[in-house]
Design a protein around this ligand. Structure first.
Ligand code: NCD
Length: 305
């Protein structure tokens, strides 16, 4: 039994395999339609979600499986004070695999340590979001053809943005990857990630508050939402929320083959005028997220075509 809590639970070779399966699903979706017949996915979402939960559910249905679960803590026994450990033991009696989102960092790990079925971290607080990273990696592979030799701009809330944390961990394993970290002073990348990932692996990075000045260097621009729900103080959120708004004007010095990404939901970070730009890849990420979750569910359930 294997769980996915951090993206580093998967080796580079396993990520290559998942991407190969995902590309095969895109090429021939019908051949996957019965592979999880009789299997059940439990989606335990203690925090709001549109894409992650619905894409997990759509993924399981497209594999011929079934889904059960809850989409808010208030409708589960957590509202009565049940622990994550007990919930995980309970759901292990009903399902074959769990996808869990929780506001507390580490909750999916606690679930994995207590469940008798695989647990997938679908986002834990401001910590990690490995399946968004799989969606991002599939998108990068399909847009760029390789993970090497890329300059990646990460812009917005780098402090609380869990998708950024997992993406940095994943991309740090490839060759000649550089990061440009663009954020307000208050929302800089946590120092533990700089120390344990970037410095440890000798990866080149710069930090700046100015998006436009670094735009010409970027191969990928990954925009993020300011994570309102992680702020202690609404005033700080209101002051910082519109720090970066990507408009067509700001792209004038960007590379013609830039890839513009965003895990979504977007609030104001990307003007809708950019949606028609061929460089916009954020709705491709949404599609890729469902596909790569199909590949992941198959892997963790030990199902092959
Ligand atoms: C992200 C998340 O939940 O961390 N959303 C997602 O899963 N695609 C990003 C966000 O909420 O800003």
């Amino acid at each position: 039994m294997r769980s996915l809590i951090s993206i580093l639970d998967l080796s580079v070779e396993e990520i290559d395999e998942l991407i190969a399966v995902a590309n095969d699903i895109i090429a021939d979706p019908e051949s996957y339609g019965e592979l999880c017949r009789g299997k059940k996915l439990a989606t335990l979402f203690f925090e709001p979600s549109t894409r992650t939960r619905l894409s997990f559910e759509a993924a399981m249905y497209e594999l011929g499986g079934n889904v059960l679960g809850f989409s808010e803590a208030q409708s589960s026994s957590a509202a009565k004070g049940e622990s994550v450990a007990d919930t995980a033991k309970t759901v292990s009696c009903y399902a074959d695999i769990i996808a869990m989102r929780h506001p507390k960092e580490g909750a999916p790990l606690v679930a994995a340590n207590n469940a008798t079925i695989p647990v997938i971290n679908a986002g834990d607080g401001g910590h990690n979001h490995p399946t968004q990273t799989l969606a991002d990696l599939l998108t990068i592979q399909r847009e760029k053809g390789s993970f090497d030799n890329l300059t990646i701009g990460l812009c917005g809330d780098l402090k609380f943005g869990r998708t950024v944390h997992s993406l940095i961990e994943a991309m740090a394993r490839y060759n000649n990857v550089k990061f440009v970290l663009i954020s307000p002073e208050e929302l800089k990348l946590p120092s533990y990630i700089k120390k344990d990932v970037l410095k440890k692996h000798g990866i080149e990075y710069v930090q700046t508050t100015d998006l436009e000045s670094v735009m010409p260097e970027l191969d990928i621009l990954y925009m993020t939402r300011v994570q309102r729900e992680r702020f202690f103080n609404e005033e700080d959120y209101l002051r910082l929320k519109d720090s970066y708004i990507l408009t067509p004007e700001k792209l004038k010095n960007a590379k013609t083959d830039l890839t513009i990404m965003h895990p979504l939901p977007r609030v104001n970070e990307i003007s809708v005028a950019i949606d028609e730009d061929p460089r916009a890849a954020y709705f491709k990420q949404v599609f890729n997220g469902k596909i790569v979750r199909m590949a992941l569910i198959m892997k963790l359930l030990g199902v092959t075509k």
